[in-house]
Design a binder for this molecule. Structure first.
Ligand code: ST9
Ligand code: ZN
Ligand code: ZN
Length: 324
């Protein structure tokens, strides 16, 4: 009951006031608190990005090339780093690769590896429920970026507390990034990528910053498409009872992360797809790292298991009931 509610606090002292006295969710106390700081920052980023596009003809080729390279590096910090390595443990990486991926991940500025992984593990376990941080049943905009503009649903926090994160807490690379996250992310995402073309190619600092901001904005949208587009549109060859779908557009812009029906069915496959390296730059990157000895123990789901799952629950299986 609303009247029984009390303000509870997390370990770092933040209140989770939407839980009632029993720790259950009181629906009357949710929705939703808009985080105006995030609304202003993300709106500002979009205004700057549109302005950057309008000035594109003034940018030096060096700056644009660096923008593309940092899109790919930041993207790999998300896909090969926080997603496939730290969240799903779908392969193992030696220390130099973990450090490289942590720096690339900081370049993507998408929350610390710890927070991102905890949210993503929660997303997989409780997909399309209130405990899913970007629950796609709340609509396209919410699952795309709206979830970053409001306080989390209390179920995310409550159920998320049961998610195991010991491996993340014991990884010194993850701990280092978490500790110095704000300065590290600002330096890797904006400061260094703006200084390089200014220093090496005589680009103006304003132009160099505009390209960094545009690249950041594009990386965010490519990532968010996995939660929105790939949870709404596409085929479901592996499990038709779930929302996640094979979305080729998303796979193309998100370095191979759009094969989402496969990924939610077999989350521990390091390729996140049945088709290995096809449209999947991240898988090619991990394979190259394995070739030079920096990645190992890549987990793959066998053909037989994939085919038998397709027959049991895929679109062509004849299985009738959808979960939703
Ligand atoms: C961004 C992230 O964009 C994007 C992630 C997308 C994931 C996509 C996955 C797809 C697969 C991979 C594809 C990659 C493709 C890449 C392509 C690249 C080319 N469990 O969070 P708080 C507790 S970030 C357990 O503050 P609020 C916890 O105790 C963009 N507990 O919630 C915490 O306390 P403590 C930039 C949890 O206050 C407390 O709750 N960033 C969990 O409701 C409060 O946590 C932004 O725009 C959990 N899961 O605020 C905004 N969650 O501190 C950044 C929470 O002790 N975020 N708790 O840990 C925020 O400002 C806030 O998180 C908020 C919610 C406003 C969204
Ligand atoms: Zn998903
Ligand atoms: Zn995943």
């Amino acid at each position: 009951m609303a009247g029984d509610s009390e303000v509870q606090q997390t370990e770092s002292g933040k209140d989770v006031c939407e839980l009632d006295a029993t720790g259950d969710v009181d629906p009357k106390l949710y929705p939703k608190r808009i985080i105006w700081k995030n609304v202003i920052l993300l709106s500002g980023l979009h205004v700057i990005s549109i302005y950057a596009i309008s000035r594109a003809a003034h940018f030096k080729a060096f700056t644009v090339t660096l923008g593309i390279i940092t899109y790919l590096l930041g993207g790999l910090g998300v896909t090969a780093g926080v997603h496939r390595l730290w969240t799903h443990r779908s392969y193992k990486a030696r220390l130099p690769l973990r450090i490289l991926l942590m720096i690339c991940n900081s370049m993507a500025l998408q929350n610390s590896i710890f927070d991102w992984s905890r949210d993503h593990r929660t997303h997989h376990k409780y997909s399309e429920t209130n405990a899913d941080p970007h629950n796609a049943t709340r609509g396209f905009f919410f699952s795309h970026m709206g979830w970053l503009l409001v306080r989390k649903h209390p179920e995310v926090v409550r159920k998320g507390r049961g998610i195991l994160v010991n491996d993340l807490l014991h990884d010194p690379v993850v701990a280092f990034q978490r500790r110095y996250y704000v300065p590290l992310a600002i330096a890797c995402c904006f400061v260094i990528p703006s200084l390089i073309p200014w220093y090496l190619a005589g680009e103006s600092l304003v132009n160099a910053y505009l390209v960094s901001a545009l690249r950041y904005c594009l990386t965010l949208h490519a990532t968010w498409c996995v939660n929105s587009l790939a949870h709404m549109y596409g085929n479901k060859p592996y499990d038709k009872r779930i929302h996640p779908s094979e979305n080729i557009l998303t796979a193309s812009i998100a370095l191979g992360e759009g094969f989402h029906n496969y990924h939610h069915t077999f989350p521990h496959d390091y390729a996140t797809s049945e088709y290995g390296m096809k449209l999947n730059l991240t898988t090619a990157f991990i394979d190259f790292m394995a070739l030079i000895g920096l990645a190992y123990d890549r987990r793959v789901i066998g053909k037989e298991a994939v085919n038998s799952r397709k027959k049991k629950t895929g679109e062509l299986s004849g299985l009738a009931d959808a979960r939703w």
